[in-house]
Write a protein that binds this ligand. Structure first.
Ligand code: NDP
Length: 450
């Protein structure tokens, strides 16, 4: 299946991105996906073209790459590579997570940082876009090794971040434990208790209630809105959620609260299928407390199935929520989902659907919520954490969750209305790309050529 053609006005910009960033295929994919929506915007706003706003948005303001040396438990020296890409600060300090995974290289961090600009804009909060991480693999590492790695990582990163400059958070491989070690090292090096420098902190030292749940809950609220727009609800819907990490767990939790039934989840080794509905307490115990693999689930439920190297998208469902990683749904998977009766896809993960897959969903006219809109609840709640830190306050769970829900409802309405305005009703890809872009573009125009 051939990708959508780019508008004449944006094709040269894309060609220049390819030329300047060789080999960074995920970054190319993320840029192309946004540029596909922007042709009509340049017609309405010739000032963006004149001021080369798109060209400037595609070039990060700053890219930092550094060595991270550390010692493992056997006393061996290990070397990893650290990254922080500060992409765009038109709307506020750079904001975006840190990913620790062996697949990390500059192209992954740039794709994530680029998406983050538009996602953060959609939240309506004053935050710019950035992303970082390392090719460090936390799997199988002891707690002490994780701490030594995080301390070494922060020993370089600290000079580039700050509550008014750049505020990292978690992502794949970086949860509350890692944020804690990095915050401790930042505090030690700078001699400042600057709570707003990192988000996703523990509740006892400046974290926000609901931050842990926020991405999964937010993505589910977004899908709920898409279903409502079609006169439907989660009630009785069969759902599948890929991954079994932070986003997946709290997606499963909120789907259940809203009346849906999750029958499958996964990790990078295999899939769990449990027809009578997943046992969420067990998943939390295995993944959050004991840090075990998802295959152990079947030791506790004999009626559940573990499919080694299985493909979760072959399991029939009405709602699919990819919550693991990029490009996990290809064109064929998307066709299988549609054929099996899927009516809504909400992306908890970043860019989990390939361009071919996106095309299948849009052509089938199912409700498809792209990650930059659907999973914005995580960063939005990080911005709420920053607000609480700035006024040395802490809000209740219910109050914070209500705010998150309002933000997701607003993002949905914005995407829905913009898709209509640009003649593509029901197309949340167009709505999210244009809605996210215009606010950043207007701020960049206002700031002059910087
Ligand atoms: P976690 O590290 O908590 O969990 C990731 C899950 O995805 C694990 O089950 C992991 O399995 C699986 N996974 C990771 N890489 C692969 C792979 N290459 N193939 C198959 N499965 C894989 O991360 P999060 O839940 O935080 O993040 C999941 C996704 O959500 C990412 O795309 C992230 O960018 C996105 N996201 C996260 C936000 C957050 O607040 N945490 C905010 C917005 C988006 P295994 O253990 O086998 O590796």
């Amino acid at each position: 299946m051939s990708p959508q053609l780019l508008d004449d006005k944006v094709e040269p910009i894309y060609q220049e991105v390819l030329r300047r960033n060789p080999g960074e295929v995920e970054f190319h994919q993320a840029v192309r996906e946004v540029l596909e929506s922007l042709g009509p915007v340049l017609v309405k706003h010739p000032e963006y073209k004149e001021r080369k706003i798109i060209e400037r948005i595609c070039e990060p303001e700053r890219q930092i790459i550094f060595r991270v040396p550390w010692q493992d438990d056997k006393g061996q020296v290990q070397i990893n590579r650290g990254f922080r890409v500060e992409f765009n600060s038109a709307l506020g300090p750079y904001k975006g997570g840190l990913r620790f995974h062996p697949s990390v290289y500059l192209g992954i961090i740039k794709f994530l940082g680029f998406e983050q600009i538009f996602k953060n804009s959609l939240t309506g909060m004053p935050i710019g876009g950035g992303k970082g991480g390392s090719d460090f693999d936390p799997k199988g590492r002891s707690d002490d090794e994780i701490m030594r790695f995080c301390q070494s990582f922060m020993t370089e990163l600290y000079r580039h971040i700050g509550e008014h400059t750049d505020v990292p958070a978690g992502d794949i491989g970086v949860g509350g434990r890692e944020i804690g070690y990095m915050f401790g090292q930042y505090k030690r090096i700078t001699n400042r208790y600057e709570a707003g420098v990192l988000t996703g902190k523990g509740l006892h030292y400046g974290g926000s209630l609901v931050r842990t749940e926020a991405t999964g809950y937010g993505a589910t609220f977004f899908v709920h809105e898409m279903l409502k727009a079609k006169g439907q609800s989660f009630d009785g819907k069969i759902c599948t959620v890929s991954g079994s990490g932070n986003v997946a767990i709290y997606t499963i939790e909120k789907i259940r609260e809203l009346g849906g039934k999750c029958v499958a989840c996964s990790d990078s080794n295999g899939v769990i299928y449990h027809e009578k509905g997943l046992d969420l307490d067990l998943i939390k115990q295995l993944k959050e407390v004991e840090r075990r693999r998802i295959k152990d689930y079947v030791d506790y439920h004999k009626d559940a199935k573990y499919i080694n190297n299985g493909n979760i998208w072959e399991i029939p469902c009405q709602v699919a929520m990819p919550s693991a990683t990029q490009n996990e749904i290809n064109g064929k998977d998307a066709q299988t989902l549609v054929k099996n009766g899927c009516i809504a896809v909400g992306e908890g993960a970043n860019m989990p659907t390939t361009p071919e897959g996106v095309k299948v969903f849009l052509e089938a006219k199912i409700a498809y919520g792209p990650g930059k809109a659907a999973n914005a609840g995580g960063v939005a709640t990080s911005a709420l954490e920053m607000q609480q830190n700035a006024c040395r306050d802490s809000w209740t769970f219910d109050y914070t969750e209500k705010k998150l829900e309002e933000i997701m409802i607003n993002i949905h309405s914005l995407c829905y209305e913009i898709a209509d305005e640009y003649g593509c009703p029901g197309n949340y890809v167009v709505g999210a790309n244009i809605g996210g872009f215009i606010k950043v573009a207007n701020a960049m125009v206002a700031h002059g050529l910087i």
